[in-house]
Ligand binder design. Sequence first.
Ligand code: SF4
Ligand code: SF4
Length: 80
Amino acid sequence: MIRGTIIVATDICKACELCISACPQDCLEMSPNLNAKSYHYVQLKNDTCTGCVNCAIVCPDSAITVYRQAKPTTPKSAAV
Ligand code: SF4
Ligand code: SF4
């Protein structure tokens, strides 16, 4: 299982919400705060991100960077 997270360049985000629609895990939301251009910006709302990269692909302003790492798993020998 891959665990992911994102970093949003908040001052680039223009609140188009395309990334929210594209996220299969429903883990994005608009922040109640405003960026330097007075737009609400996207933020993670939970830890269900899988690092699928959909949000980064659809963002027209390349405001999202995705990071992925394998989730720690139980060794197979102990999961019999
Ligand atoms: S990488 Fe995928 S799961 Fe994570 S926030 Fe972006 S669209 Fe959602
Ligand atoms: S797609 Fe990009 S610009 Fe649009 S809301 Fe998401 S992060 Fe912001």
